[in-house]
Design a binder for this molecule. Sequence first.
Ligand code: SAM
Length: 191
Amino acid sequence: MTEARRRRIEEVLRRRQPDLTVLLENVHKPHNLSAILRSCDAVGVLEAHAVNPTGGVPTFNETSGGSHKWVYLRVHPDIQTAIGHLREQGFRIYATALREDAQDFREVDYTQSTAILLGAEKWGVSEEALALSHGAIKIPMLGMVQSLNVSVAAAVILFEAQRQRLKAGLYEHPRLNPELYQRVLEDWLRK
Ligand code: SAM
């Protein structure tokens, strides 16, 4: 490992945001999962979450640009377990949903601990997941087509979170506690 590579790894790790994440409910297409992880990496998500009913390990493809190496993905057996885990850690969960009563995604304060819940390509977020969330958010759609591709929706919302966090100075100092920082650093240096 060169000194430059080590420095780059440390710089990126210093910008990781342990209190910003996504929860993917049955998003199963490898290119969508990969594209979402790539956006997660770009905004500094440390760990993403997914519910995979088949229990299998999700598959990535070249769309990830290798980002799946740098964003941890925790797979939960079902949506109750996933949301319970995030709530225990103090996350507010915002379900993306194309509903009349969902609020505009730009109205949310993403400088707080936030998990963005995204739904399956065909069916969207389940009613159960919606009921367990703190609120529903949507990206206004003004065209003929009703919804965005899930990875595009994830990127739009994540980059609004990045904008708010940049403004709040949340990328200026390490956000991981020293013990976690050290653990992740050692893991990344092995990659
Ligand atoms: N028929 C599904 C529905 O009504 O939810 C469409 C699912 S959409 C193709 C897949 C996922 O992308 C959604 O579950 C949501 O997470 C996200 N999504 C797509 N368009 C969105 C929008 N305008 N606002 C918020 N999330 C959106």
